[in-house]
Design a binder for this molecule. Structure first.
Ligand code: HEC
Length: 208
């Protein structure tokens, strides 16, 4: 093995080269991004996520939502994202600066969710949809997440957040029972409702 030093130099060079290309150059390009002040002294965007939305994000990761949903709408004129109502503008690197794990996604079996909190604002809708996507979106191929809900005997008064099924729903709970979200479902919906691209940035204005 008389070429051992050469081999090590080669390995070192390959690693250093890819580190420079992938990590250093991205850090130099994007590492200094800060929130943008929209009105002086007022709100800065993107907003910092709340604790509950952050916990809900962990559920989103655990449940594998990312395998079917992206979080990166494209600009008007690139594909049909704008026409589908997935966002009034494209997302840009600054939108993700608070995120330790960025969930861009790789497949779009379902719609892009970067702006879903602005599109679908009702927590009740999200709970019904997660419990059984067929209720809100007949023919949906999304997996039901009914195990995030529990069936309980109705107490003296029905729970405020019990699922309200449409009349005639075949799998509605029996008389005297109700289906309520678990904490996991509540956190997940808090996260979904927090996903909003409702602010402009200097480099990304709303499309007309
Ligand atoms: C097997 C692929 C698949 C998985 C996994 C999946 N979804 Fe979906 N999702 C879809 C499809 C397809 C649709 C469109 C039909 C519908 O509304 O159900 C959709 C729609 C949605 C919508 C409505 C979006 C809109 O604009 O109408 C939301 C919100 C959503 N999914 C959230 C989730 C969450 C949260 C998870 C994880 C707990 C998840 N999805 C997992 C496929 C998936």
């Amino acid at each position: 093995m008389k070429n051992l030093p050469l081999l090590f130099c080669g390995i070192f060079f390959c690693l250093a080269f890819s580190w420079t290309g992938l990590i250093l150059s991205s850090q130099l390009q994007l590492g200094s991004l800060r929130p943008a002040a929209i009105e002086e002294g007022e709100l800065t965007y993107p907003r910092r996520p709340t604790g509950q939305a952050e916990q809900g994000k962990q559920e989103y990761i655990r449940l594998g939502c990312i395998y079917c949903h992206s979080q990166q709408p494209r600009m008007k004129g690139f594909g049909a994202d704008f026409e589908r109502g997935w966002g009034d503008r494209q997302s840009v690197p600054r939108d993700y600066i608070w995120q330790k794990r960025v969930l861009l996604g790789t497949m779009r079996t379902g719609p892009d969710l970067m702006n879903v909190g602005q599109r679908l604002t009702s927590a009740d809708w999200h709970h019904l949809h997660l419990y059984d996507p067929q209720i809100t979106s007949p023919g949906s191929i999304m997996t039901p997440f009914s195990y995030l809900y529990e069936t309980r005997r109705v107490g003296e008064v029905p729970s405020a957040d019990a699922l309200r099924f449409p009349p005639g729903y075949a799998m509605a709970p029996a008389e005297g029972y109700e289906i309520v979200p678990t904490d996991r479902a509540r956190l997940l919906v808090d996260y979904l409702l927090s996903l909003k691209l409702d602010y402009e940035l200097p480099e990304a204005k709303f499309s007309q």
